[in-house]
Design a protein around this ligand. Structure first.
Ligand SMILES: [Zn+2]
Length: 351
């Protein structure tokens, strides 16, 4: 490997030519970190308006133009040499070996690198390619287990087009599961969700954090609300959501859905007994669901449990069956309790 040295003091390590991606016939030298690549600029400008603009800037004597030599390369800031090398490998690969089916799962880290750079440099065809390759592999449990947290974060961030929404939500779910076992990952996820204004993901992150706090606390030794590592923007939303969920649930507990008489099955006189049974079934279902899901932030799971208990766990009788049989009354409650609405209440403008 040939090496050349720059005298700039910040360059502690020598700058070196990439062993394979330094083409003698190339017309442009690019430096990424401490690696020099010599490539054919058309390969980059062809698919990227950003590279096109970058390469069309210099004017003047050819020997003084950026990119003309090792001593005067175009410098790409903020990228890594390994990412750039992954991108170039696929760009320069024979078409047949970039077919989606030809890419094995072991190459996913390189595909993620392509996704990251294709997003940054607006290389639309390569973005689509990276999504398709990624999507063809990541649902395999063995593969998703091996994805690094940084890969998950990258794919989440670059899925910012409508067609990438499903993939983004799936990455968010995967990220959540990682945070469940490693709370240190929370703050990066909060930053990413906030910068994408992703209320769905933010809601689930808030609920996860608050539910964890709930289970840490006991009546005898309450734990203060842990704010460490949580940027200030999230705290009012978390507290509002928690308060809103707690008060709404308290109201629900105090006033179960109205159970009307079904006169085809019982008379008004007999219905008194139905009402008493309904009331105790409701109490029982709520109490067991609360035991199973003690945090109000696990409201989705808690209400699903209530629904199941009311449908299966009690002895049925015809009037009750007519009321609760199709699950509708409880489903309405589940729908009304949509977690996101508690953390991001819809505000109505005055006037
Ligand atoms: Zn009845």
């Amino acid at each position: 490997m040939q090496a050349c040295h720059f005298d700039t003091p910040q360059d502690i390590f020598p700058v070196e030519r990439d062993p394979t991606l330094y083409y003698a016939s190339g017309d442009c030298v690019i430096r990424v970190q401490q690696t020099l690549f010599k490539i054919h600029r058309f390969q980059l400008t062809n698919n990227s308006p950003v590279f096109d603009a970058l390469f069309s800037l210099p004017v003047g004597e050819i020997s003084l133009v950026e990119g003309s030599s090792d001593e005067l390369p175009i410098v790409l800031d903020g990228d890594t040499a390994s990412d750039f090398s992954s991108l170039l490998k696929f760009i320069y690969a024979p078409v047949i070996s970039t077919q989606i089916r030809a890419i094995s799962a072991s190459e996913l880290p390189h595909v993620v690198a392509v996704a990251r750079l294709a997003h940054k440099y607006d290389m639309e065809p390569w973005q689509t390619w990276a999504f398709l390759v990624f999507a063809s592999h990541y649902r395999t449990p063995a593969v998703s287990k091996q994805l690094s947290s940084s890969d998950i974060a990258t794919i989440y961030k670059v899925c910012d087009r409508p067609q990438g929404l499903t993939l983004r939500n799936e990455m968010a779910d995967l990220w959540l599961r990682r945070i469940e076992s490693d709370p240190a990952l929370l703050s990066a996820a909060l930053d990413a969700a906030e910068s994408e204004s992703d209320e769905r993901f933010l809601t689930r992150l808030y609920a996860l954090h608050l539910a964890r706090t709930d289970t840490l606390s006991t009546l005898g030794s309450p734990t203060p609300f842990p704010t460490e590592g949580i940027p200030a923007v999230h705290l009012p939303r978390m507290l509002t959501g928690y308060w809103s969920l707690s008060t709404s649930y308290a109201q629900l507990r105090a006033s179960p859905p109205h159970f009307p008489p079904y006169l085809a099955y019982c008379s008004i006189g007999e219905h008194e007994k139905c009402l008493r049974t309904w009331k105790s079934s409701w109490e029982e279902a709520l109490t067991s669901a609360e035991c199973e899901h003690p945090s109000v932030c696990a409201m989705d799971a808690r209400l699903e449990r209530v629904k199941r208990a009311l449908a299966d766990g009690v002895q049925r009788w015809t009037c009750y069956d007519a009321f609760i049989g199709n699950g509708e009354p409880v489903q309405k409650i589940v729908d009304d309790f949509k977690l996101q609405n508690h953390f991001f209440p819809v505000t109505v403008e005055a006037g």
